[in-house]
Design a protein around this ligand. Structure first.
Ligand code: ADP
Ligand code: MG
Length: 458
């Protein structure tokens, strides 16, 4: 991977509008930069030092771009790498109404306008073989409360057991969040739509606005394959994040419930921003992941071991230029985060033992075949049984006592033994140890054995 690939990739998607502020927003000729120009405000006094021009560099500007091309540009590579074990994260950031949900989920009514999530599921199921297990979960974070959008326990999507973000050696996970196994694209899409419905129901019953919550759709991929005798499991996940609207509190002039929501959002998005700044600073050793539920949940997804793509959704109208500026600032900050994607793999011990046992059976069959071809059908490759060992011991004992002249040449004694030269340097000088049929040991002296071994070697 080259250096460019070790950064977060950032794209800007502009929502189509008939009212595009051409004199304020200009795209670079290579479609990789945006210049913003704000006219000096005459009302703000004679001395006006406010900056009026900004230039932002990105990995791509998606303007008048179809859902299909957006997918190809921002997600296809990340998803195909997830299938080989590299986790990936795609995050949509921007003010309410700028097209985050349209980009992530898309228009559910029209297939052609489906977004990144259904397309990613399609790509995953197209590529996966039988040995791949796919699971999904759908989490919503609303006012620092975790909501399982695919909960099977209650209809409203809120489970009785409070959910919690838990750190464990393998990474973070959300305790109480249901994870569903899916074997077909259709099942996965049904769950996505079920989640969308739960999002709408919860919105209605809690009198909340969906643009006030963060949603994380996760696709977990687990593939198993054999590498020699080992059974390797490669685990990866794709986190698809639709963030809450990033508009500022001052602008919304909110009250009551809406004010509370806006405060939570502003807080969690500003914690996210603080985290992004810390992640982009190579000198920082403490990363403030635990400041909010969102940053905590995203610890693995933003932690640098995976591919990360950010889509900043902006609106092109003059009235939204402040929000556009702030989204572009966020995007360029994200661009400074470096990532070093690594494959997460584990070995399945039980599977490995089973595979080794199979291999031993096959090798034994092969040896038996080989022996029968060279007429050595009586050779056994199993370790000596206790009875065989006792038999040999007793024969050696008898031989040493002179009770027998010869050691029995029955199959039991046709074993090989490993003989080390003794300290007096039997054989010559530094003779290496030798393997000999056990009967030799009984029949000859050590020096004879080493001499014979040396002659055979010469
Ligand atoms: P957000 O999730 O950022 O609040 P939405 O995705 O809900 O915004 O978009 C607001 C409205 O604009 C929706 O009706 C959506 O269908 C429409 N929209 C957003 N982006 C596009 C686009 N690129 N092309 C067509 N319609 C869009
Ligand atoms: Mg939305």
């Amino acid at each position: 991977m080259d250096a460019a690939e070790k950064r977060v990739h950032t794209f800007v998607r502009v929502k189509p509008t008939a009212d595009f502020a051409q004199d304020m927003i200009k795209f670079g000729p290579d479609n990789k930069s945006i210049d913003i120009h704000i006219k000096k405000d005459a009302k703000k006094g004679v001395v006006n030092n406010r900056q009026t021009d900004w230039s932002f560099r990105l990995d791509g500007v998606l303007h008048n771009t179809s859902q299909e091309l957006v997918y190809e540009t921002v997600a296809e590579k990340l998803v195909s790498e997830a299938l080989t074990g590299y986790s990936g994260t795609i995050m949509c950031y921007g003010q309410t109404g700028a097209g985050k949900t349209y980009t992530m989920t898309g228009a559910t009514a029209e297939y052609k306008h489906r977004g990144i999530i259904p397309r990613a599921l399609q790509q995953v199921f197209k590529a996966t073989a039988h040995s791949v297990r796919v699971r999904i979960s759908y989490l919503e974070i609303y006012n620092e409360t975790l909501v399982d959008l695919l909960s099977t326990t209650t209809r409203s999507g809120t489970s009785d057991v409070p959910m919690a973000v838990v750190d464990c050696p393998q990474g973070v996970y959300v305790k109480g969040l249901s994870i569903h196994s899916v074997s077909h694209e259709e099942d996965a899409l049904n769950l996505l739509f079920e989640g969308e419905t739960n999002r709408a129901i919860a919105e209605h019953t809690l009198n909340k606005n969906s643009s006030r919550s963060h949603c994380i759709f996760t696709i977990y991929i687990e593939s198993r394959f054999r590498v020699f005798s080992d059974v390797k499991c490669v685990n990866s996940k794709i986190s698809l994040i639709d963030l809450a609207g990033s508009e500022r509190l001052s602008k919304t002039r909110s009250e009551g419930q809406v004010l509370k929501e806006a405060m939570y959002i502003n807080k969690s998005l500003s914690f996210l921003e603080q985290l992004i700044i810390a992640l982009a600073d190579p000198k920082r050793d403490h990363m403030p992941f635990r400041q909010s539920k969102l940053t905590h949940v995203l610890k693995d997804s933003l932690g640098g071991n995976c591919n990360i793509v950010l889509v900043a959704n902006i609106r092109g109208e003059a009235a939204h230029v402040e929000e556009t500026l702030s989204s572009l600032r966020f995007a360029t900050r994200m661009r400074w985060i470096t990532t070093e994607p690594v494959i997460s793999e584990t070995y399945d011990r039980e599977g490995t033992v089973k595979a080794l046992e199979k291999e031993i059976i096959l090798l034994k069959q092969e040896l038996a075949l080989h022996d029968s071809l060279v007429n050595r059908s009586l050779v056994t490759y199993d370790p000596l049984t206790d009875i065989q060992k006792a038999e040999i011991k007793s024969q050696v004992h008898k031989y040493l006592k002179g009770a027998i002249d010869e050691i029995d040449k029955s199959p039991q004694s046709e074993q090989w033994i490993h003989l080390q030269p003794d300290s007096q340097g039997q054989g010559e000088g530094n003779s290496p140890s030798v393997w000999i049929p056990s009967k030799w040991k009984a029949e000859s002296s050590q020096s004879e054995i080493f001499e014979t071994a040396q002659l055979t070697r010469a």
